[in-house]
Design a protein around this ligand. Structure first.
Ligand SMILES: Cc1ncc(COP(=O)(O)O)c(C=O)c1O
Length: 389
């Protein structure tokens, strides 16, 4: 089957967050969903469920869990033990629930920066105390500051929230980096909660590795992921968690129940959608990935000779662009995006932790979402280029 990712359709008409936030006449490249139609194979799976006419509370069937296991094996090459796999109502909810289950109010939780803002917020919720492990930024690449991470762990951190691959920098963590984390986590008895929502979208020779696959780390790790970024299924409220350690798994599952959300009972239509994505969606996923990969290549090429520096993401469909040379503050940037470029990217200030830690060091970046039809990518880059001519 061939798919038309070039099609531009009016997402504002259905109140899509990305397009309703964007002022009229601007191209919205913010919220990390895709401007592509739902894969026909997933639509078909949902329709079949509707046609069966069932409704009500259901649990995932064994075949639904097997679909997750088979997908991960196929795309990533790793085998998830069925006993370690649980269903969740979504990635952020699952990451938060795991963090709550492993900490008490007053406990310290480490997050890294830059990071998707709601994930940073997670660390400071329900009385937990956030600790910040800032990346080292060298030659356009973000590296873990392991000395600082050790200091955080030494100072009493209970949980380390990892984002793998990292949103917004697109870093895909190497085995060596994960082994360093394992060493420190074991030394200081820290749990790792790994948000792997972007795990399927990695570029070139990079390979996503989960802490749950690192033998020295598996027993203290929770990994959470979903079809959200791979199949544009944001807000379907269904996902998966891999928790190798039985005690931790029990704690997390009972937390879901305490919060009123039995983890194995997402809605019937979302189960149908997830299983259709994992069992029938590979051709769409691969076509989408090569289309978006080409978008990234093109955007980097179009923007290359401007006084801004797009990164070369190892994963995700996001471009993280260093605009420090422009000397804009957050207000000026917003004005330029809205009135001059007419292209809305997420401003770096969105990834600052101003509300939690009074930090504003990321305002000299923007995040550009490239999971959008190529004509829009070309038009957006043209508009930005014109501004500099
Ligand atoms: C790193 C990361 N985690 C979590 C989420 C949200 O996941 P969910 O909608 O399943 O809660 C996003 C969405 O952009 C994300 O980028």
């Amino acid at each position: 089957m061939s798919y038309n990712f070039d099609e531009i359709f009016n997402r504002a008409a259905t109140n899509a967050s990305k397009w309703t936030y964007a002022p009229a006449g601007t191209i919205a490249m913010t919220v990390a969903d895709m401007d592509f139609r739902l894969a026909p194979e997933i639509a078909e799976g949902i329709k079949e469920a509707v046609d069966r006419g069932e409704s009500g509370y259901v649990s995932l069937m064994e075949s639904d869990y097997q679909a997750v296991i088979d997908w991960v094996k196929d795309i990533n090459g790793t085998t998830i033990n069925r006993e370690h796999l649980i269903a969740t109502p979504g990635v952020l909810y699952a990451a938060r629930t795991a963090m709550y289950a492993l900490t008490n109010p007053g406990d310290k939780v480490v997050v890294q920066r830059p990071l998707h803002t709601p994930s940073i917020a997670t660390a400071s919720m329900m009385g937990r105390i956030p600790m910040m492990n800032q990346f080292i930024y060298e030659n356009g690449k973000y590296m873990v500051d392991f000395n600082d991470l050790e200091q955080c762990f030494k100072n009493g951190a209970k949980v380390f929230m990892l984002c793998a691959p990292n949103n917004p920098t697109g870093r895909v963590w190497t085995k060596e980096e994960l082994q360093n984390i394992a060493y420190l986590a074991n030394k200081y008895n820290v749990y790792v909660v790994s948000d792997e929502i972007h795990r399927d979208i990695v570029w070139g020779n990079n390979r996503h590795i989960s802490p749950t696959e690192i033998p020295e780390l598996a027993d203290r790790s929770v990994a959470v992921f979903s079809t959200s970024k791979s199949f544009n299924m944001g807000a379907y409220h269904i996902g998966s968690a891999v928790i190798p350690n039985e005690d931790i798994r029990k704690k997390v599952v009972s937390r879901f129940y305490e919060h009123g959300h039995p983890c194995d009972r997402p809605s019937l239509l979302c189960i149908a959608a997830q299983t259709a994505a994992y069992t029938r969606g590979k051709a769409w996923f691969q076509a989408m990935k090569s289309y978006v990969g080409e978008n990234i290549r093109l955007a980097r090429e179009y923007l290359a000779d401007l006084p801004i520096r797009p990164n070369d993401p190892e994963g995700t469909f996001l471009l993280w662009i260093d605009i420090a040379d422009l000397g804009f503050d957050a207000e000026k940037l917003r004005h330029v995006m809205e009135h001059d470029w007419k292209v809305m990217c997420d401003p770096g200030s969105y990834y600052d932790t101003k509300d939690y830690m009074d930090y504003t060091g990321l305002e000299h970046h923007v995040r550009m979402n490239l999971a959008t039809p190529r004509p829009l990518v070309e038009e957006a880059c043209d508009r930005i280029r014109k501004y500099f001519k």
